[in-house]
Design a protein around this ligand. Structure first.
Ligand SMILES: Nc1ncnc2c1ncn2[C@@H]1O[C@H](COP(=O)(O)OP(=O)(O)OP(=O)(O)O)[C@@H](O)[C@H]1O
Ligand SMILES: [Mg+2]
Length: 506
């Protein structure tokens, strides 16, 4: 092949003349394309076989400059001549479309080739394809740009990208020059990338979700641990204080009782009496404290809940007053449960007191019990297996979520100073837990409150209370009593009292 560009000045000059000539020729020739075609000389033999003219060299160079990047990028070129109503595709375009359009041969736009090409456009891209084609043909747009799926004759789907520009040489004529690329590989890579990004995003989201759940679980465990430790510390502190106070109360109570017994002075007796009552109230309060601290001696017995409900009814009636409509519903065939009877009664009284306080203008308090079979749906606080549920429900103020969250905490109260100790529900909860049961609060502001105590069914025989049996003096005679206590005052007082009663104290 001859050199395309000569280094000499003469060659540069000739080259520039050639370019100008060519561009003029290109401008003129299409105006009378047919005539020019007729007048065109026969195609000269290829340049390889003879010396080439300057114009031929320039045209060849221009052609190569034009083709080189297109070939390197795998880009095909095709053109529509709306005057001749033909389409001409180059070799690359023909290759891209698997020969559906012939290479370098004008075909009619009404011919079977273009119809076949259009038929192969993906059904979902047909509208876009035709809209783009029509807007160019009608002159509404001079730019053609579309990407569409196209069915290759080998049966595969390809992504084709076409770009083009339309222009007119004179009124009534219209040409459209297009380039086309097979971008299937790029689209597939993009799709793979997109899928990968989506998968990674999903995996990351899932990991983040798990992490969040794990953090929540940890927070819950930490909160539970902190709460348990707090309760344990409070329990230890409380039981320590209560133990010491009980010793003092024991001494006070007995000294006052002793004074009452020994004195004949009515005024002193009255003072001692008042002191003894105050000490008894303090003893009651400390019993509550011990109950919550779980250090109170529990005396579980087989309980017939119906009889407890009947017995408690009177007490509750006095406690809630006449403004409250009290309904106590017994249930036949309640399963037996084992629990500390006194503590159950105190628990019911505590719940009734709370209900009363929540209904300052009156309302209804319903206390009932029912069996909950093992397979029945239940609150998570309820133990598995057969249970009996004691329910205390009121139509009072209900509790907002922040109060429910803390209601079982010892010393938590919303009642004014001196009106509530905040130990009521803590004690009921402690009673339920110690009885191997549970407690659930169902409440909402303005909707009232229902508190359920779950106690497991227990058909076992009555727990052995032989330890509580009082020794029969006729069997043991009058033994010498050994008094043991770590508190010197208590020891001295107990010895004195026993001695006073005629016993021999060692
Ligand atoms: N039935 C109820 N209706 C509305 N709020 C209630 C009810 N029961 C308990 N509460 C709320 O829970 C808090 C804690 O109750 P808890 O019985 O432990 O203590 P208290 O009643 O305040 O004091 P105490 O029972 O020691 O006299 C109450 O102060 C109250 O805010
Ligand atoms: Mg209370």
């Amino acid at each position: 092949m001859p050199p395309l560009l000569q280094e000499s000045d003469e060659a540069s000059r000739l080259s520039s003349v050639g370019v100008q000539f060519l561009s003029r020729l290109k401008k003129i020739w299409p105006l009378d394309r047919n005539a020019a075609a007729v007048a065109r000389p026969a195609t000269p033999p290829p340049c390889e076989d003879r010396p080439c003219s300057v114009i031929e060299t320039v045209v060849k160079e221009s052609e190569i400059r034009f083709r080189l990047p297109l070939d390197a990028a795998g880009i095909g070129v095709y053109e529509f001549d709306y005057e001749a109503w033909t389409l001409k595709a180059d070799r690359r375009t023909s290759e891209i479309v698997g020969g559906v359009l012939p290479a370098e041969v004008p075909v009619s736009m009404n011919g079977p080739e273009l119809a076949e090409f259009a038929r192969r456009v993906h059904p979902e891209d047909q509208d876009a394809y035709w809209n783009a084609a029509l807007s160019i043909r009608s002159g509404a747009s001079n730019n053609f740009a579309i990407e569409f799926r196209w069915e290759h004759p080998d049966g595969s789907w390809r992504w084709l990208k076409a770009r083009g520009a339309a222009f007119s040489h004179r009124p009534g004529t219209r040409w459209l020059y297009n380039i086309v690329m097979d971008i299937t590989a790029t689209v597939e890579i993009e799709e793979r990338l997109e899928r990968l990004v989506q998968e990674r995003t999903c995996a990351l989201t899932e990991t983040a979700r798990e992490l969040l759940a794990e953090m929540e679980r940890r927070e819950l465990v930490q909160a539970t641990l902190a709460q348990t430790q707090k309760m344990e510390a409070l329990g230890q502190l409380t039981s320590g204080i209560v133990h010491d106070c009980n010793n003092i109360l024991f001494i006070l109570t007995n000294v006052l009782r002793h004074i009452t017994k020994k004195t004949t002075d009515s005024e002193i007796r009255r003072w001692a009496d008042t002191g003894e009552k105050a000490a008894a109230r303090a003893t009651g309060l400390f019993e509550h404290l011990l109950a919550f601290a779980r250090r109170e001696a529990v005396k579980p017995v087989r309980i017939d809940l119906n009889s407890i409900l009947a017995e408690t009814k009177q007490l509750v009636r006095h406690c809630v007053g006449s403004q409250v409509n009290l309904i106590v519903k017994e249930a036949p065939d309640l399963w037996p449960v084992v629990a500390d009877k006194n503590r159950l009664e105190v628990a019911l009284l505590n719940l009734a007191t709370n209900a009363r306080d929540a209904m300052p203008r009156g309302g209804t308090l319903a206390i009932s019990a029912h069996n909950l079979p093992a397979d029945a749906p239940r609150d998570e606080a309820c133990p598995s297996g057969d249970c009996v549920v004691i329910s205390v429900a009121d139509t009072g103020t209900g509790m907002p979520p922040d109060v429910v969250a803390r209601a079982l905490e010892p010393f938590f109260t919303t009642k004014g100073v001196g009106k509530g100790t905040g130990l009521g529900l803590a004690m009921v909860h402690s009673f339920a837990s110690q009885s191997n049961g549970g407690l659930a609060i169902c409440t909402a502001p303005g909707e009232g409150t229902a508190i359920d105590i779950f106690l497991p069914r227990n058909d076992a025989a009555e727990p052995d209370d032989a330890d509580d049996a009082v020794p029969d003096p006729s069997v043991y005679g009058h033994p010498k009593i050994l008094v043991v206590d770590d508190d010197e005052l208590v020891r001295a007082l107990t010895s004195g009292l026993l001695d006073d009663m005629g016993n021999t104290v060692g």
